[in-house]
Design a protein around this ligand. Structure first.
Ligand SMILES: NC(=O)c1ccc[n+]([C@@H]2O[C@H](COP(=O)([O-])OP(=O)(O)OC[C@H]3O[C@@H](n4cnc5c(N)ncnc54)[C@H](O)[C@@H]3O)[C@@H](O)[C@H]2O)c1
Length: 249
């Protein structure tokens, strides 16, 4: 029987690529995003890749909307086998003391609370059905400290704590939870961020041993591997996919 996956932030970048890659494995996808246009585009791409998909508009920072995207997925597909918990924003790249409180709350609300709410409701369904697999999107900034992304970095370090502690609590009940820590990857979010902060792009590429950014397709390959049964004994891991970037820090 076909598996079902939820991909948050599925309307763009890493989420969109992962949705398509999972579809190639025959996984049906609930595409969750605040961006209806991007989400619907992904639904079409998933269908072209041969799987079924629905778009669910939801803001991951609102727990009621998170509960709703989980319920709608179960209503439509019957269960949830895989969860790519990925929606996130980067923030403005300002120095911390120049950052408004609103921006701090927004980044934490989407990146960290949104991820926690997602795991809270999705794993409830998975555990009731005997288990499942989750991949949370952290970042290089979740593994090392970085300039001008203090709040973002705090949320991504939090994602890693969430990942490891869920395993301590629920692995014996059939749950696998891993995190990916991508370095700068060529998605719309990063293009926008580097357009606003060109010096940071120079610094970033220069600091990557492979001297290039990653691609969403490379990250999607890792996500599909971790989510599916090929990675059955990998649990609580944080896999860096960054061209060697954080290993040289
Ligand atoms: N691209 C990179 O270099 C990079 C590196 C490390 C980590 N990440 C992380 O990867 C994830 C995806 O980023 P991306 O680069 O694909 O960005 P992106 O901007 O291309 O895609 C993010 C998607 O999330 C959606 N989104 C934003 N806020 C939302 C909300 N409140 N509710 C629902 N959906 C929301 C956006 O509409 C968008 O479709 C993020 O968590 C990001 O922090 C990205």
């Amino acid at each position: 029987m076909a598996k079902t996956g939820i991909v948050t932030g599925g309307g763009s970048g890493l989420g969109q690529s992962a949705a398509v890659r999972l579809a190639e494995e025959g996984v049906n996808i609930a595409v969750v995003d605040i961006n209806k246009e991007g989400g619907n585009a992904t639904v079409e791409m998933v269908k072209e890749a041969g799987a079924d998909a629905i778009f669910i508009k939801a803001n991951v920072s609102d727990p009621a909307e998170v509960k709703q995207y989980v319920d709608k997925t179960v209503d439509h597909f019957g269960t949830i086998d895989y969860f790519f918990n990925n929606a996130g924003i980067s923030g403005s790249g300002k120095h911390f003391l120049d950052t408004e409180i609103d921006e701090i709350e927004n980044i934490v609300g989407i990146n960290l609370l949104g991820a926690l709410y997602g795991v809270r409701y999705v794993s409830e369904v998975m555990l009731n059905n005997g288990g499942g697999s989750i991949v949370n999107t952290a970042s290089s900034a979740g593994v090392i400290g970085q300039d001008s992304v203090v709040t973002y970095s705090a949320t991504k370090h939090g994602i890693i704590g969430l990942t490891k502690s869920m395993v301590a609590e629920y692995a014996q009940e059939g749950l696998r939870v891993n995190a990916i820590a991508p370095g700068p990857t060529e998605t719309p979010m990063v293009k926008e961020f580097y357009e606003a902060n060109p010096k940071m792009k120079e610094n970033a590429t220069g600091g990557i041993p492979q001297k290039r950014l990653g691609t969403p397709e490379e990250v999607a390959e890792l996500v599909a591997f971790l989510l599916t049964s090929k990675a059955q004994y990998i649990n609580g891991e944080v896999i860096r996919i960054d061209g060697g970037f954080t290993n040289t820090k």
